[in-house]
Design a protein around this ligand. Sequence first.
Ligand code: ZN
Ligand code: ZN
Length: 348
Amino acid sequence: MLVVITEASKKNAAMPGWHTVGWHDIVFQTPADWNVTALTGTAKSGYLRVDSPESLSFQVKWDTPRLPGSERMARKVKALLRRQSLPEYVPDIGVVLDHYETVLRKQSRRSRQPLRLERKRPGKLAENRSGTAFSWRADRKATGWVWFCPNCRRVVIAEVVGEMSDPVSAMAARILPTLSDHAGDEGHRWGLYDLVVTVPDGLTLDQYKLMNVYVDLAFSGRPGTLWVTGWGLANLALKDRSLGEWFRANCTGRFKEYTYRIADAEFRGHPAVRLQGLISGVLPVAKAIYRRTFLQPSMGRLEALAWHCEAENKIYVVGHAFQVKSKLNEVAESVVCHSEVQGRGSQK
Ligand SMILES: [Zn+2]
Ligand SMILES: [Zn+2]
């Protein structure tokens, strides 16, 4: 079977043997056998950790700094700065690192290993990024960067941590330059357990489910509602039924408000099914009008696409409820699959 690799998915593919992790616009690459082990927070403030099968890990913390004082006072100062065309508040990275050092020192007191933190002179860390590189040693050691991004207005601390014998600084030199901290023109990249997808502007994450064989992300916003799901072990799921039968049994539960048709299709050379639907019944229609009027753009139309990537033994599903313009194809095109063809290798 001829498998077509699209430009959009190629852009999202990681370097050979590595994979992309993306969460609230913190996007980076790690070796493909590293797994997400901690995930908390929001776009404003959160924490993400990815562990190697051995003792190395990469962790990122981000926060949106506020002006000191009350929320109301901070808003007033911000408005005043804007009116006077003065630059926005920029936090002092030295102070951020001092604070981090205090936290680490407290932790190291528990392990009874004195902490040594070394900071480099503030400067350019990578293209378009200035901040401070640092390293620390206690019972473990780490090499990292701390910076403030004037674009997404977040302070980010990112570091590789490992045992004393681990190649921590070499790994940091490979992972840190791959990190981006805000969306590009093409949209917001999400990457979890090898489901990598670009989501259009205006959609925020509502819900997510992460399991070993199943990743499900649900978004909503101005462009409507969007669901992206990656299922592993497709050979077992499709053992005694067609993709269409599997799709009806597993994916249509969230489309209850719609009347739809499902037809066999092809996507990038993969066997696929496509769903097209319209909102139905008096109550859902009333709900849609209510949403359009009071809450968010209504979602009168529905499209979904499921395809079976044999090379990855996965089924991908993208669903989109919208009113005016469907984003389904552009989202589906951005999903990275059949990575063996691209040389990434499935090391799971
Ligand atoms: Zn940024
Ligand atoms: Zn594929």
